[in-house]
Design a protein around this ligand. Structure first.
Ligand code: ARG
Length: 466
């Protein structure tokens, strides 16, 4: 028997122990231990399959399963000493299994490699995160629907270029965010189809000579199918990149929403009041109430974008098949999942508790000639060509600015001095209410349309539709 220089599970061919710093450099257990539940579930399904195809006996499978169950309980009770000496979550659990149940534990790794094992764990993990994030998005969407329903008649200025553009229903504005989240959820659902494919069986890269039953493992773990190509299965992390990409788009939407919430909560707008519990104060200015929840969501969007870039760059230079580089996929993935979950949690707490300051919104509509387009459209209906109408209303607005009056406060004579086509019925279109009500088509801001949109959206959520 040759002298053993290292007690690593792969130590046989090595003639010296790993350098201490190299061991620390190489270890991932500090962060990949969070995969323990997925790792144990996959190992149990693998052991069950090995017994089914008679590569191990039923008794051996039972011993392995019982050992894994004990380890799971230990980890959940905080009684498991993770060790960097065993590199990662996979070898920590396997080493402990062998310690606990003896030599039979050494049979678990038959017909498997850490390469297909880690790919399997990662897919199980991403699948769970997708399901959890999608559920939080639905919760936020329901809050938006309640708000949109309640505020369908609330009128606010709609902006383009951050200038007052046209009056819109605040409910309509909320439904815009609902739609964005709807697409975010649809993207996650689509991503999930590609995530939910079993890599196990690919072994190191070429498959295995044992008579494995991959379909059985896939069914046990809830996968929709098995990977077609063993080399692809162990090497590509496109599913992680795709998930983080979905997360980046979701964060982009939450960041834009945060920007609006921050502006609206400012005394300059004063459209909403945020619940105190999602704000903080200033250490020097006693009057301050800062919208930190929204600001942090906006700020944390940057790190998710960064993770997307890190993962794309991680993958781009890798030849087939597995390379150790892929160990670097975990921290960006975990931080992305944590960041997105936290952002949604803040939103789910904050959004339903926002106070809408309807009067201030209504006042703001009156500043900025929000009904100018309605006046132009009115002239078109009276037979004026749109370009001419645009010019006429432009001159009318210039007059109103000089006269310090809103459009609907100009007299009929004043208005008629710009176009004889204007009649007394003009005043109905010059009110924000008239403006809103006229935009009465699918996708328009008329309060009736907003309520109909809310109803369709509720139905689609009930049916589980994306
Ligand atoms: N910790 C490794 C990872 O995250 C597991 C796979 C290691 N495989 C290997 N052949 N060293 O990718």
């Amino acid at each position: 028997m040759m002298e053993k220089h290292t007690d690593k599970p792969w130590g046989g061919r090595f003639s010296e122990a790993t350098d201490a710093f190299m061991e620390a450099f190489s270890a991932s257990v500090d962060f990949d231990k969070r995969l323990y539940r997925h790792d144990i579930a996959a190992s149990m399904a693998h052991a069950d399959m090995l017994a089914h195809v008679k590569v191990i006996t039923v008794e051996e499978k039972q011993a392995i399963t019982a050992g894994l169950e004990d380890i799971l309980a230990d980890i959940e009770h905080g009684d498991f000493a993770w060790s960097t000496q065993f590199e990662d979550v996979h070898m920590n659990i396997e080493a402990r299994l062998i310690q606990r149940i003896g030599d039979v534990g050494k049979k678990l790794h038959t017909a498997r490699s850490r390469n297909d094992q880690v790919a399997t764990d990662m897919r199980l993990y991403v699948r769970d995160e997708i399901d959890h994030i999608a559920a939080s998005i639905v919760e936020l969407q329901r809050a938006l629907l309640d708000m949109a329903d309640r505020e369908s008649d609330t009128i606010m200025p709609g902006f383009t270029h951050m200038q007052v553009a046209q009056p819109v229903s605040f409910g309509h504005h909320m439904m815009a965010w609902f739609e964005m989240l709807q697409r975010d959820r649809a993207r996650l659902r689509d991503c999930r189809r590609r995530v939910n494919v079993l890599p196990l069986g690919a072994a190191a890269l070429a498959g295995t000579g044992f008579p494995i039953d991959r379909g059985r493992v896939a069914r046990a773990l809830g996968f929709d199918g098995v990977s077609e190509n063993s080399m692809d299965a162990v090497s590509d992390r496109d599913f992680v990149i795709e998930f983080v990409h979905c997360a980046a788009l979701l964060m982009m939407h939450l960041s834009r929403f945060s920007e609006e919430i921050i502006l609206w909560a400012s005394p300059m707008f004063d459209f909403i009041d945020l619940p105190d519990r999602f704000c903080t104060g200033s250490s020097i200015m006693p009057q301050k109430k800062n919208p930190d929840g929204a600001e942090l969501v906006r700020g944390k969007t940057g790190r998710v974008y960064g993770h997307l870039m890190a993962l794309l760059t991680l993958m781009k230079g890798q030849p087939l098949a597995y390379n150790r580089d892929n160990q670097e996929d975990k921290e960006p993935l975990f931080d992305t999942a944590d960041t997105v979950s936290a952002a949604l949690r803040v939103y789910n707490g904050m959004l339903p508790a926002i106070t809408v300051k309807r009067d201030n919104m209504q006042q703001a509509v009156k500043r900025g000639f929000a009904t100018a387009t309605d006046l132009a459209d009115y002239l078109v209906r009276k037979g004026v060509a749109f370009r001419d109408a645009h010019e006429i209303v432009g001159r009318t607005v210039r007059h109103a600015i000089e006269a310090h009056k809103d459009l609907n406060h100009l007299t009929l004579d004043e208005l008629r001095s710009f176009s004889p086509a204007i009649d007394v019925d003009v005043f109905t279109v010059l009110t924000p209410e008239g403006s809103l009500a006229s935009r009465n088509h699918t996708g328009g801001t008329a309060p009736d349309q907003v309520r109909a949109a809310v109803q369709r959206a509720r139905q689609s959520l009930l049916e589980g539709g994306a």
